[in-house]
Write a protein that binds this ligand. Sequence first.
Ligand SMILES: C=C(CC[C@@H](C)[C@H]1CC[C@H]2C3=CC[C@H]4[C@H](C)[C@@H](O)CC[C@]4(C)[C@H]3CC[C@]12C)C(C)C
Ligand SMILES: C[S@@+](CC[C@H](N)C(=O)[O-])C[C@H]1O[C@@H](n2cnc3c(N)ncnc32)[C@H](O)[C@@H]1O
Length: 359
Amino acid sequence: MESLALLFTGGALLAAALYWFVCILGPAEQKGKRAADLSAGSISAEKVQDNYNQYWSFFRRPKETVGVADKVPDFVDTFYNLVTDIYEWGWGQSFHFSPSLRGKSHAEATRLHEVAAADLIGAKPGHRVVDVGCGVGGPMRAIAAHSRANVVGITINDYQVKRARDHNRKAGLDALCEVVQGNFLEMPFPDGSFDGAYSIEATCHAPRLEEVYGEIFRVLKPGALYVSYEWVTTEKFAADDAEHVEIIEGIERGDALPGLRSVGDIGAAARAVGFEIVAERDLAAPPAGPWWSRLKFGRIAYWRNHIVVSVLAAVGVAPKGTVDVHEMLCKTAEYLTKGGEKGIFSPMHMILCRKPAEK
Ligand SMILES: C=C(CC[C@@H](C)[C@H]1CC[C@H]2C3=CC[C@H]4[C@H](C)[C@@H](O)CC[C@]4(C)[C@H]3CC[C@]12C)C(C)C
Ligand SMILES: C[S@@+](CC[C@H](N)C(=O)[O-])C[C@H]1O[C@@H](n2cnc3c(N)ncnc32)[C@H](O)[C@@H]1O
């Protein structure tokens, strides 16, 4: 009898510990996704491992051909099928960084970073604004709620379109927010059809920045503003420093980037397509708090997530390749943190541009 009670108490304690480990400690931010719902976007469960291998084969080519390959949007699409659910589960609905702010939570800092973009382009009620590379729409919802402008998001990834539309509906913002699937290198919008545009940590996926900037220029009305938060290597990056190169290549491999640009390339690309530059500034520069602090949520949290993903994959709840994808993200987080600490990389180089008004 006593051993039965002992067994029962032991079992209850174990269940409580498991619940605490997975649900209370939980992922960094629980918004919309539970670990048990992890999928691989539009890829069927049995094809995840193949798609993951395919993703890596892209980086086995010589670097010059990675940059010019027409296949970049396809490989970026595969990447987002693999990572979208893990991002939502472990990070939230906004797939970007923000400077950490004293006294503010990550969620608050994220929102402030997003509405700052809306304020920079003067988004207001009645405006039609395009969100270039919108993810599952975290920024779009914050910006629409803040400015009451109509926001049209575009993403290459079908699964993100579905997630973003669901979130918009649940947030009661579907009257202001619209999402379309498409390639931002050839946007399905007429010339001069938007009063403003923004892109948050998305145009880094374009093989050539001029191509996406040229498209944004085309769809804007004369006099309209465009703001972008760009991923760049800073002036501190030294191409002859092996450690720097390893960090930057690690960031490229773990984030589906055809090649990171240097800070000077951004303004040059904007000017080349006809934009006037209104302002340009690295939002990660001091006095901003480190954007990478949230990535340092600790070994324990990474291990907890790793165990959760491994168990779910082993019992067939999550697709098998999910463990590899999660492992890749753990390494990516290390490279991003090193890039931030060494000051050789910024994910928030801000550029504000205007399409010249018609004479
Ligand atoms: C702009 C881009 C994405 C930026 C970030 C949103 C993501 C970059 C690295 C991601 C993560 C790394 C570690 C993951 C962790 C191992 C897992 O347990 C939970 C999710 C992570 C924290 C994940 C979350 C999103 C990132 C921070 C790129 C792609 C241009
Ligand atoms: C890191 S996510 C950022 C998403 C969003 N801006 C945010 O901050 O939450 C990058 C986004 O760019 C989109 N993207 C990348 N390449 C694209 C392309 N060629 N056409 C359209 N969208 C693209 C991805 O699908 C993804 O939604």
